[in-house]
Design a binder for this molecule. Structure first.
Ligand SMILES: [Zn+2]
Ligand SMILES: [Zn+2]
Length: 351
């Protein structure tokens, strides 16, 4: 008889359960990953909150996972049983014109949309929060050093940050204002600093300001208590920021950013929110002020590999960004925690 596996499922708004079915067979080119942890991303807890009706149920959710190779087909190369790995959930074909150009994997012309196709067991999703998942060898990426599984789970979010920083062409002379010091804000801030930029953080919540301080950021502004423009002028010798990263999808944050931006500012729209925030930008200002407004989402294969290496060698600190750990059996509690405003990543630990 085949062995069964347990996995986390979003079954309805505000309802997460643990389900079970057989461990699927692997093909010659496939790898069976025994997942050890999966972090809950905004993408996941916003579905749990009922804010993403475009994401269907039942969702075998999870993409910020990490585990070990438990078994592999006979054609699998460059991996060994026991290797710590992450799963490249973008599933690029690596053969189409866009993949060959090294573009964002989200732009792959043949990308299967597994998330929105039911599998033979009747579930959507990648099973990132499952004890086992089957992945083609080309999407399995080895973690270079033994690091905690929940830290390796930051590969996907960190890769998307690297893509955004690349699109901004961050230079050491840049003064980058990051609006929002949540998980993605502090990842953006750390990567911008890693590329040499001076970083200023704007954040309203005291606990997030403290986390930013722990990560050795010292130019932090709480605009509910301090004059944002004056502080930015102090920090930048009256030049203002050269780059503004919106790490929260919030109408007020957009207004604030556009109000204080000097000429030649680049804006990165990093975050999404549902329902969509509103903004009004005067096109004449974009024209006369030489503004560049850049959207970003997803990552390239290079960003993915770089993220694995930055995490493996601990060049970006994600330890402070893991707030709580829950066992798979407490999945409902894990989502309640993840969806609490002001919380950093919640990790689900998988037996
Ligand atoms: Zn994510
Ligand atoms: Zn492709």
């Amino acid at each position: 008889m085949k062995k069964n596996m347990k996995f986390g499922v979003l079954v309805a708004d505000k309802k997460a359960e643990v389900h079970e079915h057989e461990i699927p067979d692997i093909g010659d080119d496939e790898v069976l990953i025994h997942n050890k942890s999966c972090n809950i991303c905004t993408h996941d807890y916003q579905q749990w909150l009922g804010l993403r009706p475009q994401q269907p149920y039942p969702m075998a959710w999870g993409h910020e996972q990490s585990g070990i190779v438990a078994d592999m087909g006979k054609k699998v190369k460059y991996l060994e049983i026991g290797d710590q790995v992450v799963d490249n959930i973008y599933r690029p074909c690596l053969e189409c014109a866009n993949c060959r150009k090294g573009l964002n994997m989200h732009l792959c012309l043949n990308r299967p949309n597994e998330q929105f196709t039911k599998d033979k067991y009747g579930y959507y999703g990648h099973y990132g929060c499952g004890q086992y998942e089957v992945v083609h060898q080309k999407h399995v990426v080895k973690v270079e050093k033994n690091i905690p599984f929940e830290e390796a789970g930051f590969t996907e979010p960190l890769a998307t940050v690297l893509q955004g920083i690349e699109r901004l062409s961050i230079q050491p002379s840049d003064h980058v204002l990051v609006i929002g010091a949540g998980t993605m804000g502090l990842l953006n801030a750390q990567v911008a600093r890693y590329f040499g930029a001076e970083v200023i953080i704007s954040e309203l919540m005291e606990n997030k300001i403290q986390t930013a301080q722990k990560l050795h950021f010292d130019k932090i502004i709480n605009p509910s208590k301090e004059d944002l423009v004056k502080k930015i002028n102090d920090f930048t010798n009256n030049k203002g920021p050269s780059t503004i990263i919106f790490a929260v999808g919030d109408t007020k944050a957009y207004e604030q950013g556009f109000n204080i931006a000097p000429r030649n500012t680049k804006f990165l729209i990093f975050a999404a929110n549902f329902p969509a925030p509103q903004w009004t930008v005067d096109p004449n200002l974009v024209h006369y002020k030489f503004w560049q407004i850049i959207g970003t989402y997803g990552a390239s294969l290079k960003n993915w590999q770089d993220a694995v290496e930055l995490l493996s060698y601990k060049k970006i600190n994600v330890t402070s960004l893991i707030e709580k750990r829950f066992s798979l059996m407490d999945i409902q509690k894990a989502f309640e925690s993840a969806a609490t405003p002001g919380t950093y990543r919640t990790a689900v630990m998988i037996p």
